[in-house]
Design a protein around this ligand. Structure first.
Ligand code: FES
Length: 370
Protein backbone atom coordinates (compact mmCIF):
# COMPACT_ATOMS: atom_id res chain seq x y z
CA UNK A 1 0.00 0.00 0.00
CA UNK A 2 1.23 3.50 -0.81
CA UNK A 3 2.25 5.42 2.33
CA UNK A 4 0.99 8.94 2.91
CA UNK A 5 2.86 11.51 4.99
CA UNK A 6 2.04 14.84 6.56
CA UNK A 7 3.90 17.85 5.18
CA UNK A 8 4.14 21.17 7.01
CA UNK A 9 5.00 24.27 4.98
CA UNK A 10 6.72 26.95 7.04
CA UNK A 11 6.58 29.85 7.70
CA UNK A 12 2.82 29.77 7.01
CA UNK A 13 2.29 26.47 8.85
CA UNK A 14 0.11 24.98 6.09
CA UNK A 15 -0.42 21.24 6.51
CA UNK A 16 -1.00 18.93 3.59
CA UNK A 17 -0.69 15.24 2.84
CA UNK A 18 1.72 13.77 0.30
CA UNK A 19 2.01 10.20 -1.02
CA UNK A 20 5.42 8.55 -0.93
CA UNK A 21 5.42 8.50 -4.76
CA UNK A 22 4.36 12.14 -5.11
CA UNK A 23 6.70 15.14 -5.22
CA UNK A 24 6.36 17.74 -2.49
CA UNK A 25 5.73 20.34 -5.21
CA UNK A 26 2.85 18.38 -6.68
CA UNK A 27 1.28 17.87 -3.26
CA UNK A 28 1.55 21.59 -2.42
CA UNK A 29 0.17 22.86 -5.72
CA UNK A 30 -2.70 20.37 -5.74
CA UNK A 31 -3.59 21.49 -2.20
CA UNK A 32 -3.62 25.13 -3.34
CA UNK A 33 -0.48 25.99 -1.35
CA UNK A 34 1.67 28.17 -3.61
CA UNK A 35 5.40 27.51 -3.36
CA UNK A 36 8.13 28.83 -5.70
CA UNK A 37 8.68 26.74 -8.83
CA UNK A 38 9.47 27.14 -12.48
CA UNK A 39 10.85 24.26 -14.59
CA UNK A 40 9.26 21.44 -12.50
CA UNK A 41 12.07 19.16 -13.79
CA UNK A 42 14.90 19.63 -11.27
CA UNK A 43 17.06 21.94 -13.35
CA UNK A 44 16.40 25.59 -12.46
CA UNK A 45 16.70 25.54 -8.66
CA UNK A 46 13.72 27.87 -8.14
CA UNK A 47 11.95 25.40 -5.82
CA UNK A 48 14.89 24.91 -3.42
CA UNK A 49 13.81 24.79 0.23
CA UNK A 50 15.25 23.83 3.58
CA UNK A 51 14.03 20.64 5.21
CA UNK A 52 13.64 21.41 8.91
CA UNK A 53 12.46 17.98 9.97
CA UNK A 54 11.96 14.59 8.32
CA UNK A 55 13.47 12.59 5.47
CA UNK A 56 13.10 13.03 1.72
CA UNK A 57 14.33 11.20 -1.36
CA UNK A 58 15.95 13.84 -3.62
CA UNK A 59 14.86 12.03 -6.79
CA UNK A 60 16.26 13.25 -10.10
CA UNK A 61 17.57 16.64 -8.86
CA UNK A 62 20.43 17.80 -11.09
CA UNK A 63 23.79 18.18 -9.36
CA UNK A 64 23.92 21.75 -10.66
CA UNK A 65 20.54 22.80 -9.28
CA UNK A 66 21.13 21.02 -5.94
CA UNK A 67 24.80 20.68 -5.06
CA UNK A 68 26.07 17.96 -2.73
CA UNK A 69 26.95 20.51 -0.08
CA UNK A 70 23.37 21.81 -0.19
CA UNK A 71 21.98 18.31 0.26
CA UNK A 72 24.26 17.93 3.28
CA UNK A 73 22.87 21.22 4.63
CA UNK A 74 19.31 19.87 4.41
CA UNK A 75 18.21 21.58 1.20
CA UNK A 76 16.01 19.86 -1.37
CA UNK A 77 14.18 20.59 -4.61
CA UNK A 78 10.42 20.40 -4.11
CA UNK A 79 9.82 19.34 -7.72
CA UNK A 80 11.97 16.21 -7.31
CA UNK A 81 11.75 15.35 -3.62
CA UNK A 82 9.37 12.65 -2.37
CA UNK A 83 8.77 12.12 1.37
CA UNK A 84 10.10 9.19 3.39
CA UNK A 85 8.55 10.41 6.63
CA UNK A 86 6.46 13.34 7.84
CA UNK A 87 8.33 16.47 6.67
CA UNK A 88 8.57 20.09 7.75
CA UNK A 89 10.21 22.44 5.25
CA UNK A 90 10.73 26.17 5.09
CA UNK A 91 10.20 27.97 1.79
CA UNK A 92 10.86 31.52 0.72
CA UNK A 93 7.24 32.59 0.33
CA UNK A 94 6.81 36.19 -0.68
CA UNK A 95 3.76 38.11 0.34
CA UNK A 96 2.65 39.00 -3.18
CA UNK A 97 -1.11 39.30 -3.00
CA UNK A 98 -1.37 38.76 -6.74
CA UNK A 99 0.70 35.57 -6.86
CA UNK A 100 -1.32 32.85 -8.61
CA UNK A 101 -3.14 30.56 -6.19
CA UNK A 102 -5.22 28.21 -8.33
CA UNK A 103 -4.84 24.60 -7.21
CA UNK A 104 -3.29 22.29 -9.79
CA UNK A 105 -5.72 19.65 -11.04
CA UNK A 106 -5.82 17.01 -13.78
CA UNK A 107 -7.95 17.64 -16.85
CA UNK A 108 -8.93 15.63 -19.89
CA UNK A 109 -8.98 17.66 -23.09
CA UNK A 110 -10.26 17.04 -26.59
CA UNK A 111 -8.36 18.62 -29.46
CA UNK A 112 -10.69 20.75 -31.58
CA UNK A 113 -8.19 22.50 -33.89
CA UNK A 114 -4.63 21.99 -35.12
CA UNK A 115 -3.57 24.84 -37.39
CA UNK A 116 -0.33 26.00 -39.01
CA UNK A 117 0.13 29.67 -38.11
CA UNK A 118 3.79 30.38 -38.95
CA UNK A 119 6.99 28.63 -39.94
CA UNK A 120 7.22 25.49 -37.79
CA UNK A 121 4.54 26.85 -35.46
CA UNK A 122 1.07 25.44 -34.81
CA UNK A 123 -1.96 26.61 -32.88
CA UNK A 124 -3.72 23.85 -30.95
CA UNK A 125 -7.13 24.40 -29.35
CA UNK A 126 -8.17 21.96 -26.63
CA UNK A 127 -11.59 21.78 -25.02
CA UNK A 128 -11.38 20.69 -21.39
CA UNK A 129 -13.78 18.39 -19.57
CA UNK A 130 -14.55 21.27 -17.15
CA UNK A 131 -13.65 24.90 -16.52
CA UNK A 132 -10.09 25.91 -15.65
CA UNK A 133 -9.29 28.86 -13.39
CA UNK A 134 -5.87 30.37 -14.18
CA UNK A 135 -4.00 33.66 -14.40
CA UNK A 136 -2.86 35.11 -17.73
CA UNK A 137 0.69 33.91 -18.36
CA UNK A 138 0.39 30.50 -16.68
CA UNK A 139 0.97 27.17 -18.38
CA UNK A 140 -0.24 23.56 -18.42
CA UNK A 141 1.73 20.31 -18.42
CA UNK A 142 0.79 17.99 -21.25
CA UNK A 143 1.12 14.33 -20.36
CA UNK A 144 2.91 12.38 -23.05
CA UNK A 145 1.24 9.01 -23.69
CA UNK A 146 3.72 6.32 -22.54
CA UNK A 147 3.95 4.99 -26.09
CA UNK A 148 5.39 8.37 -27.14
CA UNK A 149 7.86 8.54 -24.25
CA UNK A 150 9.85 5.32 -24.64
CA UNK A 151 7.22 3.50 -22.57
CA UNK A 152 7.66 5.85 -19.59
CA UNK A 153 4.69 7.20 -17.62
CA UNK A 154 4.64 10.70 -16.18
CA UNK A 155 6.65 12.43 -18.93
CA UNK A 156 5.31 15.93 -19.50
CA UNK A 157 5.89 18.98 -21.69
CA UNK A 158 4.74 22.43 -20.68
CA UNK A 159 2.96 24.99 -22.85
CA UNK A 160 1.52 28.40 -21.96
CA UNK A 161 -2.08 29.33 -22.62
CA UNK A 162 -2.55 32.14 -25.16
CA UNK A 163 -6.24 32.63 -24.35
CA UNK A 164 -7.42 35.00 -21.62
CA UNK A 165 -8.60 33.58 -18.26
CA UNK A 166 -12.21 34.46 -19.15
CA UNK A 167 -12.01 31.64 -21.70
CA UNK A 168 -12.16 28.84 -19.15
CA UNK A 169 -13.08 25.81 -21.23
CA UNK A 170 -11.19 26.02 -24.54
CA UNK A 171 -7.43 26.53 -24.19
CA UNK A 172 -5.19 27.87 -26.94
CA UNK A 173 -1.59 26.71 -27.22
CA UNK A 174 1.04 27.92 -29.71
CA UNK A 175 3.69 25.28 -30.24
CA UNK A 176 6.96 25.50 -32.10
CA UNK A 177 8.52 22.42 -33.61
CA UNK A 178 11.77 21.20 -32.06
CA UNK A 179 13.33 18.72 -34.51
CA UNK A 180 13.34 15.26 -32.95
CA UNK A 181 11.13 16.35 -30.03
CA UNK A 182 8.83 13.63 -28.74
CA UNK A 183 5.99 16.07 -28.12
CA UNK A 184 6.26 18.86 -30.70
CA UNK A 185 7.87 17.09 -33.67
CA UNK A 186 6.49 13.57 -33.33
CA UNK A 187 3.07 14.42 -31.92
CA UNK A 188 1.90 18.00 -32.50
CA UNK A 189 3.59 18.14 -35.95
CA UNK A 190 2.92 14.43 -36.47
CA UNK A 191 -0.48 12.86 -36.12
CA UNK A 192 -2.23 15.05 -33.52
CA UNK A 193 -5.70 15.78 -34.91
CA UNK A 194 -9.12 17.11 -33.96
CA UNK A 195 -10.94 14.61 -31.77
CA UNK A 196 -7.78 13.31 -30.05
CA UNK A 197 -7.61 13.22 -26.27
CA UNK A 198 -4.85 14.99 -24.30
CA UNK A 199 -4.33 14.65 -20.53
CA UNK A 200 -3.22 17.91 -18.92
CA UNK A 201 -2.41 19.19 -15.44
CA UNK A 202 -2.17 22.76 -14.21
CA UNK A 203 -2.16 25.67 -14.01
CA UNK A 204 1.54 26.24 -13.22
CA UNK A 205 3.87 29.22 -13.06
CA UNK A 206 3.88 32.77 -11.81
CA UNK A 207 4.84 34.73 -14.91
CA UNK A 208 1.52 36.54 -14.76
CA UNK A 209 0.28 40.02 -15.46
CA UNK A 210 -0.13 42.06 -12.28
CA UNK A 211 -3.49 43.82 -12.46
CA UNK A 212 -2.65 45.90 -9.38
CA UNK A 213 0.18 47.74 -11.16
CA UNK A 214 -0.93 50.79 -13.11
CA UNK A 215 2.43 51.67 -14.67
CA UNK A 216 2.64 51.37 -18.46
CA UNK A 217 4.03 48.00 -19.53
CA UNK A 218 6.47 46.98 -22.24
CA UNK A 219 5.94 43.40 -23.39
CA UNK A 220 8.74 41.70 -25.33
CA UNK A 221 8.13 38.35 -27.02
CA UNK A 222 10.31 36.11 -29.17
CA UNK A 223 8.94 33.09 -31.04
CA UNK A 224 6.20 31.26 -29.14
CA UNK A 225 7.12 33.33 -26.10
CA UNK A 226 4.26 35.34 -27.55
CA UNK A 227 1.71 32.88 -26.12
CA UNK A 228 1.72 33.97 -22.45
CA UNK A 229 2.21 37.60 -23.50
CA UNK A 230 -0.87 37.31 -25.75
CA UNK A 231 -2.87 35.96 -22.79
CA UNK A 232 -1.78 38.98 -20.72
CA UNK A 233 -2.74 41.48 -23.42
CA UNK A 234 -6.16 39.88 -23.92
CA UNK A 235 -6.60 39.76 -20.14
CA UNK A 236 -6.01 43.49 -19.76
CA UNK A 237 -7.82 44.69 -22.89
CA UNK A 238 -10.76 42.29 -23.01
CA UNK A 239 -11.45 40.85 -19.53
CA UNK A 240 -11.68 44.08 -17.51
CA UNK A 241 -10.68 44.93 -13.95
CA UNK A 242 -10.43 42.53 -11.04
CA UNK A 243 -10.21 43.14 -7.29
CA UNK A 244 -6.58 44.32 -7.65
CA UNK A 245 -7.21 46.91 -10.37
CA UNK A 246 -7.47 47.19 -14.11
CA UNK A 247 -3.84 46.54 -14.97
CA UNK A 248 -1.18 48.57 -16.79
CA UNK A 249 -2.38 51.93 -18.10
CA UNK A 250 -0.78 51.15 -21.46
CA UNK A 251 0.68 48.07 -23.15
CA UNK A 252 3.44 48.16 -25.81
CA UNK A 253 4.05 44.83 -27.51
CA UNK A 254 7.40 44.19 -29.22
CA UNK A 255 7.08 40.84 -31.01
CA UNK A 256 10.15 39.55 -32.80
CA UNK A 257 10.82 36.90 -35.42
CA UNK A 258 13.45 36.34 -38.08
CA UNK A 259 11.05 36.63 -41.02
CA UNK A 260 7.50 37.70 -41.70
CA UNK A 261 6.57 34.05 -42.27
CA UNK A 262 7.77 33.19 -38.76
CA UNK A 263 5.60 35.84 -37.09
CA UNK A 264 1.99 35.02 -36.32
CA UNK A 265 -1.22 36.73 -35.17
CA UNK A 266 -0.14 40.01 -36.78
CA UNK A 267 -3.74 40.74 -37.80
CA UNK A 268 -5.04 40.02 -34.32
CA UNK A 269 -2.65 42.48 -32.64
CA UNK A 270 -3.11 45.06 -35.40
CA UNK A 271 -6.87 44.91 -34.83
CA UNK A 272 -6.45 45.16 -31.06
CA UNK A 273 -4.23 48.23 -31.50
CA UNK A 274 -6.87 49.82 -33.75
CA UNK A 275 -9.66 49.01 -31.27
CA UNK A 276 -7.69 50.26 -28.22
CA UNK A 277 -5.57 53.15 -29.55
CA UNK A 278 -5.06 54.72 -26.10
CA UNK A 279 -4.19 51.47 -24.38
CA UNK A 280 -2.22 49.27 -26.77
CA UNK A 281 0.54 49.64 -29.38
CA UNK A 282 2.03 46.85 -31.48
CA UNK A 283 5.55 46.75 -32.90
CA UNK A 284 6.34 43.65 -35.00
CA UNK A 285 10.11 43.30 -35.58
CA UNK A 286 11.91 41.28 -38.26
CA UNK A 287 15.59 40.53 -37.63
CA UNK A 288 16.57 38.76 -40.86
CA UNK A 289 14.23 40.03 -43.54
CA UNK A 290 14.15 43.36 -45.28
CA UNK A 291 11.25 45.50 -44.13
CA UNK A 292 9.65 46.70 -47.36
CA UNK A 293 7.74 49.96 -47.60
CA UNK A 294 4.51 47.98 -47.43
CA UNK A 295 5.58 46.26 -44.21
CA UNK A 296 6.85 49.54 -42.77
CA UNK A 297 3.43 51.10 -43.42
CA UNK A 298 1.94 48.25 -41.39
CA UNK A 299 4.18 49.16 -38.46
CA UNK A 300 6.95 46.59 -38.98
CA UNK A 301 10.45 47.52 -37.84
CA UNK A 302 13.78 46.04 -38.97
CA UNK A 303 16.11 44.58 -36.37
CA UNK A 304 16.14 42.63 -33.13
CA UNK A 305 13.30 43.48 -30.74
CA UNK A 306 15.81 44.86 -28.28
CA UNK A 307 17.35 47.22 -30.86
CA UNK A 308 13.94 48.47 -31.96
CA UNK A 309 12.90 48.96 -28.34
CA UNK A 310 16.10 50.87 -27.56
CA UNK A 311 15.60 53.13 -30.58
CA UNK A 312 11.97 53.81 -29.61
CA UNK A 313 12.66 54.75 -25.97
CA UNK A 314 15.39 56.92 -24.49
CA UNK A 315 14.07 56.03 -21.03
CA UNK A 316 11.60 53.50 -19.66
CA UNK A 317 11.69 54.84 -16.09
CA UNK A 318 8.29 54.31 -14.49
CA UNK A 319 7.41 51.29 -16.65
CA UNK A 320 7.11 47.59 -15.88
CA UNK A 321 8.22 44.92 -18.36
CA UNK A 322 7.18 41.38 -19.24
CA UNK A 323 9.64 39.37 -21.31
CA UNK A 324 9.28 35.86 -22.73
CA UNK A 325 11.33 34.04 -25.35
CA UNK A 326 14.58 32.15 -25.91
CA UNK A 327 17.27 32.70 -23.24
CA UNK A 328 19.52 34.86 -25.43
CA UNK A 329 16.61 37.20 -26.21
CA UNK A 330 15.57 37.40 -22.57
CA UNK A 331 19.12 38.22 -21.54
CA UNK A 332 19.47 40.88 -24.24
CA UNK A 333 16.11 42.33 -23.18
CA UNK A 334 17.26 42.56 -19.56
CA UNK A 335 20.33 44.52 -20.62
CA UNK A 336 18.34 46.85 -22.86
CA UNK A 337 15.62 47.45 -20.27
CA UNK A 338 18.16 48.18 -17.54
CA UNK A 339 20.04 50.53 -19.88
CA UNK A 340 16.72 52.34 -20.25
CA UNK A 341 16.46 52.76 -16.45
CA UNK A 342 14.24 49.84 -15.51
CA UNK A 343 15.11 48.01 -12.29
CA UNK A 344 15.27 44.18 -12.24
CA UNK A 345 12.36 44.15 -9.77
CA UNK A 346 10.16 45.72 -12.45
CA UNK A 347 11.11 43.16 -15.10
CA UNK A 348 9.07 39.95 -15.14
CA UNK A 349 10.54 37.30 -17.37
CA UNK A 350 10.30 33.71 -18.50
CA UNK A 351 12.73 31.86 -20.73
CA UNK A 352 11.63 29.14 -23.13
CA UNK A 353 14.18 26.39 -23.50
CA UNK A 354 14.06 23.23 -25.55
CA UNK A 355 16.02 20.00 -25.30
CA UNK A 356 19.03 21.51 -27.10
CA UNK A 357 19.28 24.17 -24.41
CA UNK A 358 19.08 21.50 -21.74
CA UNK A 359 21.93 19.62 -23.42
CA UNK A 360 23.96 22.83 -23.20
CA UNK A 361 23.58 22.65 -19.44
CA UNK A 362 20.69 25.10 -19.32
CA UNK A 363 20.72 25.51 -15.59
CA UNK A 364 18.34 28.41 -15.77
CA UNK A 365 15.85 26.26 -17.68
CA UNK A 366 12.47 27.44 -16.38
CA UNK A 367 10.39 25.70 -18.99
CA UNK A 368 11.60 22.63 -20.76
CA UNK A 369 9.74 22.35 -24.02
CA UNK A 370 10.10 19.83 -26.72
FE1 FES B 1 12.28 22.60 -9.20
FE2 FES B 1 13.01 24.05 -11.30
S1 FES B 1 14.25 22.83 -10.02
S2 FES B 1 11.08 23.98 -10.29
Amino acid sequence: MTETYQITVDPIGAEITCREDQTLLDACLRAGVWVPHSCTHGTCGTCKVEVIDGEVDHGASSAFALMDIERDEGKTLLCCATPRSDVVFEADLDADEEAPSHAVQDYTGTVTTVQDIATDTRRVLIELDRDLAFDAGQYMAWQLPAARADGKDGVTRTYSMANPPSQTRVLEFQIRRTPGGACSDAWVFGDLAAGDTVQLAGPYGRFTVRMGRREPAVLIAGGTGLAPIAAMIKRVLLDGANEHGDGPSHLSLYAGARTRAALYDVELFTELAAAHPDRFTYRPCLSEEEVTDTLAEQGFAAGMVTDVLAADHASLAGHVAYVCGPPAMVEASMKTLMSRRLFPRDINREEFLDESNRADGGLRSPLIKR
